[in-house]
Structures are given as structure tokens and as C-alpha cells.
Write a protein that binds this ligand. Structure first.
Ligand code: GLC
Length: 394
């Protein structure tokens, strides 16, 4: 069996059909539901392997869970299980928060593979409603807030610690912090505007915003393909979002893009460098010289991110680097995928190829784990983890 075949067998064993919908779980044992950005990654992988019906079904099942107001929830509980059994303040079978908005990009990839406009027509209005909801509900001056760390997809990043006001927290402490925020959000009646005003977790997340910008380009592209009048909306909003990224997400003191939050003053969350600093390569907001500098000074720096099995979520020279911990030092294939795509866009092909080769070497050696130790390559977290198949699309 080739690695591709092995992986396809894993993916199909993680695929589920429920109530006329088909979706893929991140992991049969650890994550038995549907997650938003996971499904977008799964759709991209299915597209890569030419399984376009499966790719479309990931999107259809996600969109079937869209709320009336336009929000697409980050989790859909298609089945009952005792895992991640949380109260979300809603009687729907979904969570009440969202996740990095990768859907338009995934739909664009399907279109690019088959040039069939029908699927775009089928889903466009619902995508449009979602991207407009993000702007209306979450944007201040064209930068979006996340209101819970789970919305970043990078749940336990070290930089969130200072927002909670904790130091060197255990996994258990972090879990309590996250549940407390969720509880307060429910008590605020799931009103994100109101919750943002309370500044409990009002974070302008670099990951979320970079994914948003990249996906606005995809929305404009899709709108033009089907001659939708909504193209105008995207033509108008994109330059505003680009301008705001350059003025707000760019920390002039460090020269790096960074998440920030604000009670009162703007606080950049860059106390320890994490691999989100490379996300602007994916959104395309950097100039060529900024991109080259970022890659030379940080990505290819052996004391920071260029480990044997790159790319650690936290720079290895940071005091907070913990190679085995969830989002606090470990290597994730989706991060490598974002960065690899970005490097290619900037024409930094050699580094992109090396990153791809090292990522393949990692999954060959250890299997398709959820995350990995960046020094010795040990697989960590859930095994047979679906999105790690992004390695085949790098
Ligand atoms: C974890 C990850 C999140 C992912 C989910 C399901 O919570 O941090 O990004 O969506 O698992 O795989």
C-alpha cells in the first residue's frame, strides 16, 4: 500500500453519513463530530485526490448547520457521544461560536478542479451571508475579533495566557479558563457585539484575520465566476481590510504581524513568537522584501523555527516552548500547509519544497498524527487524524 492509499483508507473510515448528509470526523476516537475548518481542510484533500463529491458533501453538511443570522458554527453534533459534551447556550445541535472561515477557499478549489459553476451557484448565497455576518458582527475598522480561543483553531497558544492573566498554566488550568469564557458568553445571551464590549476575550487574532482576507479574495473570485452582483461588496471591502491589516495587525516595534487585544490600549500578543507570524504569507499582505526577511530571520533560523521537523508552534528559543504540548511548541500539518502555500505565492519555492519534504518525512516516520514533536518527530494527540492529509496538498 502506498502512503496515499493508506491515507485514503483512513479518510474513508473517518467519513460518516447521517440524516442524508456526509461529513468526515477529525478522528474517530478523539473528535467524533464535524468541525468547521477541519471540514474545509478535508474538502481540500478530497479535491486533491479527485473525490469531488466527497469534497462538496463536506461543504453541504457544514452549511446545513448555518444559523439564521449567517454564523457557521465551529462544531456540529450529528451524533451523540460523551466527548466534548458542552453546554453552548443553544438548543441547536451545534456550538455557538465559529472558527477560521476557510470555506470560500475550499469551494474555490472545487471549482478550479472541475470548472463547474453549478456548485458555486448552489452554495454562494450562504457563503455570502456568512462573510457578511463576520463583518457586521465581529469587525472593528475591518479587523475581526474572536470572542473565544476555540475560534482561533489554535486553542492553547501561549499568547492567549496573558489575556486570561495566567502564567505557565497546566492543560487543566487552560481548560478552566476556556470554559469560564464560554460560560460568560452564554450569560451575555450569545451577543458577540455586547461580549466584545466587555473585553473578556476580545482578540484580533492573526490566524483568523489572515484566513478571512484570503477567503475574501476567494469570494470575489467566486462571485465573478457566476456574474453575481455581490462581487461589488467584495471589491469594496477587500482594500479596506488590506489597509487595516497593514495599520493594525502589523506591530511596528517588532516588525512582525501579530494578534492583539484591547482593554484600553492596544496590546500586541507577541510575548513569545508563535508560528502564526507566518500566516501573512498565506493572506498575501506582505511585500516581497517583508516576506524574504520573515523567512530568513525567523522561518529558516535554527534557533527559532527551523527544527528537524518544522514548524514548531512556538519559537524554540522562547522560555514557553514545550515540544510535546498542544499548540505550545508542537508541529501541526495544517500550519505547515498554510505556510507552504504562502511561500509558493511569494515564489520562495525552494523553502516550500523543503518544508513539504520534511512534512512528508514526518508522517512517513510517525503516521498521521494530530501533532508532532518538532525535535524528534514523535506523533502526539489523536492518531489517524484527517487533516494531516494536507501533507499531500503542499
Ligand atoms: C482541536 C483543534 C482545533 C480543531 C479540533 C478538531 O480543538 O485545536 O483546531 O478544529 O481539535 O480537530
Amino acid at each position: 500500500m502506498t502512503l496515499d492509499d493508506k491515507y485514503l483508507a483512513i479518510l474513508s473510515s473517518n467519513q460518516r453519513s447521517v440524516k442524508g448528509f456526509r461529513y468526515t470526523v477529525p478522528s474517530s476516537s478523539a473528535y467524533p463530530y464535524q468541525w468547521l475548518w477541519d471540514s474545509c481542510f478535508h474538502s481540500i484533500i478530497y479535491t486533491k485526490f479527485g473525490e469531488l463529491d466527497c469534497a462538496k458533501d463536506e461543504i453541504r453538511s457544514l452549511l446545513s448547520a448555518q444559523w439564521e443570522n449567517g454564523m457557521i458554527p465551529h462544531m456540529v453534533y450529528w451524533v451523540k457521544s460523551d466527548k466534548h459534551n458542552l453546554q453552548w447556550g443553544t438548543d441547536k445541535n451545534t456550538s455557538s461560536i465559529t472558527q477560521p472561515p476557510m470555506i470560500a477557499y475550499a469551494v474555490r478549489r472545487i471549482y478550479e478542479a472541475n470548472k463547474d459553476k453549478e456548485f458555486i451557484r448552489e452554495v454562494f448565497d450562504r457563503l455570502d451571508k456568512y462573510y457578511r455576518w463576520l463583518h457586521t458582527e465581529r469587525s472593528d475598522n475591518y479587523v475581526l475579533s474572536i470572542i473565544h480561543p476555540w475560534e482561533s483553531g489554535e486553542d492553547d497558544l501561549v499568547c492567549w495566557d496573558s489575556v486570561y492573566g495566567v502564567e505557565n498554566p497546566s492543560r487543566e488550568v487552560l481548560r478552566k479558563c476556556k470554559l469560564a469564557i464560554l460560560d460568560k458568553y452564554i450569560k451575555s445571551g450569545l451577543d458577540s457585539r455586547e461580549f466584545m464590549r466587555k473585553n473578556i476575550f476580545n482578540v484580533k487574532c492573526l490566524m483568523f484575520n489572515s484566513v478571512y482576507l484570503k477567503n475574501l479574495y476567494s469570494m470575489l473570485y467566486l462571485a465573478k465566476v457566476i456574474n453575481s452582483a455581490e462581487a461589488k461588496y467584495y471589491e469594496n471591502i477587500i482594500p479596506e481590510v488590506e489597509r487595516s491589516h497593514k495599520t493594525n495587525l502589523h506591530n511596528k516595534d517588532t516588525g512582525l504581524y501579530s494578534s492583539y487585544y484591547r482593554p484600553g490600549e492596544k496590546h500586541y500578543l507577541s510575548s513569545s513568537e508563535d508560528s502564526s507570524i507566518f500566516l501573512p504569507l498565506f493572506s498575501g499582505i506582505l511585500t516581497n522584501s517583508e516576506a524574504t526577511k520573515l523567512v530568513n530571520d525567523f522561518l529558516l533560523n535554527n534557533n527559532k523555527f527551523w527544527t528537524k521537523y518544522p514548524i514548531p508552534t512556538v519559537s524554540i528559543d522562547a522560555g514557553s516552548f514545550q515540544p510535546n504540548r498542544y499548540w505550545r511548541g508542537s508541529t501541526w500539518i495544517n500550519m505547515n500547509w498554510f505556510i507552504c502555500k504562502g511561500l509558493k505565492e511569494y515564489g520562495i519555492r525552494e523553502v516550500a519544497e523543503t518544508l513539504k519534504d520534511r512534512s512528508l518525512e514526518l508522517v512517513k516516520k510517525s503516521g498521521l498524527f494530530e501533532y508532532f514533536n518538532p525535535i524528534n518527530g514523535r506523533g502526539l494527540g489523536a492518531s489517524n487524524f484527517s487533516w494531516s492529509g494536507l501533507v499531500f496538498d503542499m
